[in-house]
Write a protein that binds this ligand. Sequence first.
Ligand code: ZN
Length: 164
Amino acid sequence: MTDSRQLYQEVILDHNRKPRNWGALADATHRAEGVNPLCGDRLQLGVKLNGDAVEAIAFEGESCAICKASASMMTTVVKGKARADAEDLIREFRDMATGKLDPAKETHHLGRLTVFAGVRDLPTRVKCAILPWHTLHAAFNSLGTTSTESDDDPMHEPAPGGVA
Ligand code: ZN
């Protein structure tokens, strides 16, 4: 087992056992629910923006270990950040998980989130890891509910040659 693979498993297990920022945020200014029908992941995310900064963030729901760990880690990373910086991370995380960004070769702000780089080799898990980020994007933009499989999904990319 490589070091990165081992680190990945440790992080998933740790955040799954003790998810950070778990629960409902009573005074959230922005909320969204994210669903990934392919796996059955369902997350409710609450964000409290103070001006342009993420003052508080919390999530709950039912999801697989990868989704829960990704959500837990996301909340710890974006808390206290400016919304624009969080949006950058959403983009970078998605690009890393889908293999468009190689964190070993390109500049990014992902820090310890690079532990999730390995999901690009696990196609069925990519959406599990992305869902929390996707839901954060929806919350910021007051989209309410978002699905990894819906057409209004901001992360949705039509298949090449598919019907627009
Ligand atoms: Zn999942």
